[in-house]
Design a protein around this ligand. Structure first.
Ligand SMILES: *Cc1c(COP(=O)(O)O)cnc(C)c1O
Length: 235
């Protein structure tokens, strides 16, 4: 028997506990199950166990899974919500605009403009987050903190996108206090943008190893892969 339903339950319980410790309502948190490199059958199992939001990192793999799940799920099952969370090149935006509900990894205007132009009219606006490189690592994608406001204002003006907030992937750290630092910086950036008049409600932060730190720092959307689906094979 697969461990996915039990893993999901354990992650949901860990989130509830972290929320209680942080004095927050568990309902403020959305759990995104990151299914990259995992087969469609694993997504189906998680969906049948009640999981609704899924995250994918690679365009082709993600689109294939979205189409597969439409076939695999019973016709009366509530639709899944698909989030693109990987690096996105501007020449690969079209399938993302056509198949995903959310994109968390907007780090330059050109990609956002193309997504807006390519978002089909019959679909609701694409929900997006601007990815911020708060830890300042040269190798990581994400917009520099001092460019976030300008990028957010430009993205918020695009007609077929709905800017929801900020996302980050911090440098890995083992202890809670070190984990909290960059996550707190992202929260402060969001607060400053809200004070500047942008209507934002989403902080996409927290993965398998830093869930508690993320909940303590105000995350609204945690992205969990390994703790739900097990270790990944490299694609
Ligand atoms: C893979 C990935 C995750 C999930 O990471 P785990 O450590 O497996 O929980 C979350 N966010 C992004 C952007 C990822 O690429």
């Amino acid at each position: 028997m697969s461990a996915i339903p039990a893993n999901l339950q354990a992650v949901r319980q860990a989130l509830e506990q972290a929320a209680r410790r942080a004095g927050r309502q568990p309902g403020e948190l959305t759990l995104l199950a990151v299914s990259k490199t995992k087969p469609a059958g694993d997504v189906l199992e998680a969906a049948l166990a009640g999981q609704r939001d899924f995250g994918e990192n690679y365009v082709q793999e993600g689109v294939e899974k979205i189409l597969a799940l439409k076939q695999l799920l019973p016709a009366d099952h509530a639709p899944l919500v698909w989030h693109f969370i990987g690096p996105l090149q501007s020449n690969k935006t079209r399938p993302v605009a056509e198949h995903f509900d959310w994109v968390h990894s907007i780090d330059r205007l050109k990609v956002a403009q193309r997504l807006s132009e390519q978002r089909p009219e019959h679909l609701p606006p694409l929900q997006v987050c601007v990815q911020v490189n708060v830890s300042g690592e040269a190798s990581k994608s994400g917009c520099a903190p001092d460019q976030v406001e300008a990028l957010c204002r430009a993205v918020a003006a695009l007609p077929r996108l709905c800017l929801r907030g900020l996302m980050t992937i911090p440098a890995p750290a083992d202890d809670l206090e070190t984990q909290r630092l960059p996550l707190g910086q992202l929260r402060q950036l969001l607060t400053a943008l809200q004070a500047g008049g942008l209507a934002l409600d989403t902080l996409s932060m927290g993965m398998s190893h830093d869930l508690e730190a993320a909940v303590l720092e105000g995350s609204t959307l945690v992205r969990v892969g390994t703790a739900i689906f097990g270790a990944r094979n490299t694609p």
